[in-house]
Structure formats: C-alpha cells, structure tokens
Design a protein. Structure first.
Length: 96
C-alpha cells in the first residue's frame, strides 16, 4: 500500500486496542496478531480516531514534537505504510 501526503487514513474499526501508559496495545481478531506502538505511534493512532490526511497528522505532530516538517512527513509516511500493510489502519485517496 502506497501512502501519500494527501491520503486519508483512519483506524481499522475491527482492531481491538487499549492504552497503557504512553503506548497502545492492539489485537487484530481476524488474524490473531498483537501489536504495540511507542509513544509517537500511539499519538498517531489517537489522531486517527477520525479520518485525517497524512498532511493533517503531520501538522499536529510538528506542533507537539521537536521535529522538522520534512522529517515528520518522511517518518509518518513510512510508519503508515507499515501499519497499513498490517491492516491496522485503512488508507484511501491519492497514492504516490
């Protein structure tokens, strides 16, 4: 799955999750797989409670973390591509 800045991303509603301190732990009941995100991944997950563009996610993260917009975009695109392949998030819209 190719994710672009204009892609719209949202949590997969089938994923079961819980917040534990600064992390989120989740399970894909269809596949029986468990996942855990670090604090930044958890923040991205929390932002995806509603459908947002990758650009919108990066705008929030740049305000909250000490990161350049360029680095943020690169890291968020990579992260979202990985979790989209796992089926944790759903992506629609423009691809690269």
């Amino acid at each position: 799955m190719n994710v672009a800045l204009g892609s719209l991303v949202q949590r997969n509603a089938e994923i079961i999750f819980t917040d534990l301190d600064d992390t989120v732990v989740m399970m894909d009941p269809d596949k029986g797989n468990y996942y855990e995100f670090d604090s930044v991944g958890t923040r991205i997950w929390n932002l995806l409670d509603v459908e947002r563009s990758v650009t919108q996610v990066c705008e929030v993260l740049v305000r909250e973390y000490d990161v350049t917009l360029k680095d943020c975009r690169q890291d968020v695109l990579k992260f979202l591509e990985q979790v989209a392949q796992l089926g944790v998030v759903e992506v629609r819209g423009p691809e690269r």
